[in-house]
Design a binder for this molecule. Structure first.
Ligand code: HDD
Length: 706
């Protein structure tokens, strides 16, 4: 019998597909499902009954001697470890870094020596402020932490998706984070900076203004981890075999281009699918659609650093790509999901201090402080200095040292020598240092008085903020003004709102005016006192997301709303066009069991209409029969599907029969260039080509009046 079903690109997994590895090995016994391992306690004692605790009498108390019960509850009680004090919510994946060329003239770091060489890597993406259970689409900076398992040890590049930071000196980090997270008396709001404490701190810290422009831009509501840039933020050093040092800034460029959602969409995604980003990464890797970034380097010497307008040790500043071009030197591919979230994503311990021969620090005071903080926090989180033996943290090369013991010592070398120098001779004496190949710090010359100061060269807080704003397209500038207005509208203290606007006056008069108007401030404040006047730097076009569109719809997802009786050829044509573009699709149906198309084909639903609002898709199609349109135009969730797609300036494909729904959704009278009618299967290609623009931004001024 022919298989009369049409499924989307997403194949559903069954229990039988899943590899059962829990309790592999040991004795087995027959149960209804087949031959399975015998359930045991942690001590390996076979368990006869896991459903009932041991009681005295038929209805009596539980016996203290029930070791199985006690062990099970004891272990459960201790399952949690402290969540990260920042970046608690994250999602990781495995992959590799591949060098495009040898950089041996610049660095002796092993992973950069041979073109084509692949180095295993693990990446963890995260939000900063939210707790572990918060939602993915919080307006927040995203962490982009990469662990490279090089042949000369682990290198951790612990970066963000924004190239600058809020503060210049690590001593301010606890204050910044306290202000950003939930307020201590009430324990809310979580996972958002839209509250008094955060903006109070920022408005009292002019150094934070540049990053707050980035934070209020669309960069902090990315569509996917796959469509974000990443940055090492600080200036680091690369050191070659001759000991020559070159300064470097690290950049990650997503192969599929950048993309963000709009704010109203972000708010709704958080309700519809709080796991939106992690699900997206998981699904794309499982589908074999491996996310990829290119590693870019900005390389410069002391001479450039001297001449540059800003201090290269100041993490609140960028070096524009237009001044110092990025050299692309390799790619990062994520091709494997974790097997166990806790073991890998939760226990992975990134430390900025993890560098390898050929890479070195600079005196950036933020970086210097981080080097203390990360090691310290891992001890707190993971509970033992032996966290380096956890498989996710262990280098993929042998380790040899004289450190020993401690909680959970899992690797315990044999032999007598646990110190050096010793006179046990040869291999029995254990490892010895190797001056020729071992890590050597770059011998930078340092001297001067001990001072608690902020260098004068760090004092210009507004020029690059202005440059960032000027580099955005008008649509993006509007989003920045809207984001400031939204966040400051949640701030109850009017004086804080006004103080923020006083800083924006030093950035751009028009921006300050828009925000002041949006807040209905009674009077425009005076510009904030500035240590340095704002310079009018030329725009850096590379800083805009919309100014650098991807020109492909690859990796994006279309939600197709269907009803019974839908024209099967239209559905097939659309599916083919989406698949040919390398994009994904999901069928959204009134009932998850699917719909019967015009020819009787069962089209299986991926989602029921109330479980997949259009916010979880990049573009939508509404393909209905006359009866289907009659039914769905009375269904609020179907109307929202269309209304939201329209409000979020998405491309919408429809067939003529769907018009009653479009009318009920109040979009029929405003149909614009973002709509494509699918008269025949051939029109689907036109629709997908149109979707490459990602959003129909021309519509936005018409759907936003306040
Ligand atoms: Fe940090 C975690 C990125 C400044 C202290 N940070 C953490 C993570 C990322 C960053 C991506 C999550 C790592 C993971 O997935 O496990 N942090 C940054 C960037 C910064 C920065 C790009 C500035 C350029 N951080 C910073 C400072 C301090 C910290 C100045 C303290 C002085 N960060 C920490 C931490 C965390 C952390 C408390 C929490 C959990 C962890 O380290 O492992 O140590």
């Amino acid at each position: 019998m022919p298989d009369n079903r049409l499924t989307s690109s997403r194949e559903s997994a069954t229990f039988a597909d899943q590899e059962v590895i829990r309790g592999e090995g040991g004795e087995t016994h027959q149960v209804a499902g087949g031959d399975v391992p015998v359930l045991t306690t942690q001590q390996g004692i076979p368990v006869s009954d896991d459903q009932n605790s041991l009681k005295v009498g038929y209805r009596g108390p539980t016996a203290l001697e029930d070791f199985h019960f006690r062990e099970k509850i004891f272990h459960f009680d201790h399952e949690r470890i402290p969540e990260r004090v920042v970046h608690a919510r994250g999602f990781g994946a495995h992959g590799f870094f591949e060098a495009y060329e040898s950089l041996s003239d610049i660095t002796r770091a092993d992973l950069f020596q041979r073109a084509g060489e692949k180095t295993p890597a693990f990446v963890r993406f995260s939000t900063v402020a939210g707790n572990k259970g918060s939602a993915d689409l919080a307006r927040d900076v995203r962490g982009f932490a990469v662990k490279f398992y090089t042949q000369e040890g682990n290198w951790d590049l612990v970066g963000n998706n924004i190239p600058v930071f809020f503060i210049q000196d690590a001593i301010k980090f606890p204050d910044l984070i306290h202000a950003a997270k939930q307020e201590p008396d009430r324990g809310f709001p979580q996972a958002q900076t839209a509250h008094d404490n955060f903006w109070d701190f920022i408005s009292l810290s002019p150094e934070a203004i540049h990053m707050s422009l980035w934070a209020m831009s669309d960069r902090t509501i990315p569509r996917s981890f796959r469509f974000m840039e990443g940055f090492g933020v600080h200036t680091f050093r690369l050191v070659n075999a001759e000991g020559k040092s070159t300064f470097v800034k690290f950049h990650w460029k997503p192969k599929l281009g950048m993309q963000s959602v709009v704010w109203n969409e972000a708010l709704k995604i958080n309700g519809a699918d709080p796991d939106f980003h992690r699900r997206d990464l998981w699904n794309s890797i499982q589908a074999g659609d491996f996310p990829e970034w290119e590693l870019g380097l900005q390389l410069f010497d002391e001479d450039f650093a001297e001449k540059f307008d800003f201090d290269v040790l100041d993490s609140t500043k960028i070096i524009p790509e237009e001044i110092l071009p990025i050299r692309v030197v390799g790619r990062l591919v994520l091709d494997r999901c974790v097997d166990n979230f806790f073991a890998e994503t939760e226990q992975v311990a990134f430390c900025t201090q993890n560098i390898v021969p050929g890479i070195d620090f600079t005196n950036d005071p933020l970086l210097q402080g981080r080097n203390f903080s990360y090691l310290d926090t891992q001890l707190k989180r993971l509970g033992s200095p032996n966290f380096t033996y956890l498989p996710i943290n262990a280098p993929k090369r042998p380790v040899n040292h004289f450190q020993q013991d401690g909680h959970m010592a899992m690797v315990n070398p044999k032999g007598r020598a646990n110190y050096e120098p010793n006179s046990w001779g040869g291999a029995a004496g254990g490892p010895r240092e190797a001056p020729d190949v071992g890590f050597k710090s770059y011998p930078a010359e340092e001297q001067g008085p001990k001072l608690r100061i902020r260098p004068e060269s760090f004092a210009d807080h507004y020029s690059q903020a202005r440059q960032f704003y000027k580099s955005q397209t008008p649509v993006e500038q509007t989003h920045i003004a809207d984001a400031f207005t939204f966040e400051l509208s949640k701030v109850k203290t009017v004086a804080i709102r006004a103080r923020m606007v006083s800083h924006l006056l030093n950035v751009d008069q028009g921006l300050a005016q828009k925000v002041a108007t949006g807040l209905r401030l009674e009077a425009m404040p005076k510009p904030a006192d500035a240590a340095r006047p704002t310079k009018d730097l030329p725009p850096s076009p590379a800083l805009s997301i919309l100014g650098n569109p991807p020109d492909t719809f690859k990796g994006r997802k279309v939600g197709i709303l269907l009803s019974d009786g839908v024209d099967i050829d239209l559905v097939k044509g659309l599916k083919d066009a989406i698949t040919a573009e390398g994009a994904m699709l999901e069928f959204v149906t009134p009932m998850v069991g699917g719909v019967k198309a015009s020819d009787g084909t069962l089209i299986e639903g991926d989602e029921k209409i109330n479980g997949a609002p259009s916010v979880v898709y990049d573009a939508v199609a509404v393909l209905l029969s006359d009866d289907g349109a009659k039914l769905l135009s009375k269904e609020a969730t179907a109307r929202d599907f269309v209304t939201d797609a329209f409000a979020h300036v998405k491309f919408i494909a429809y067939n003529a029969a769907a018009m009653p729904l479009l009318e009920k959704a109040c979009v029929a009278a405003d149909m614009d260039g973002g709509f494509t009618e699918l008269k025949s299967a051939a029109d689907a290609k036109t629709f997908i080509t149109t979707c490459r623009k990602l959003r129909f931004w021309e519509r936005e001024p018409k759907v936003k009046q306040v």
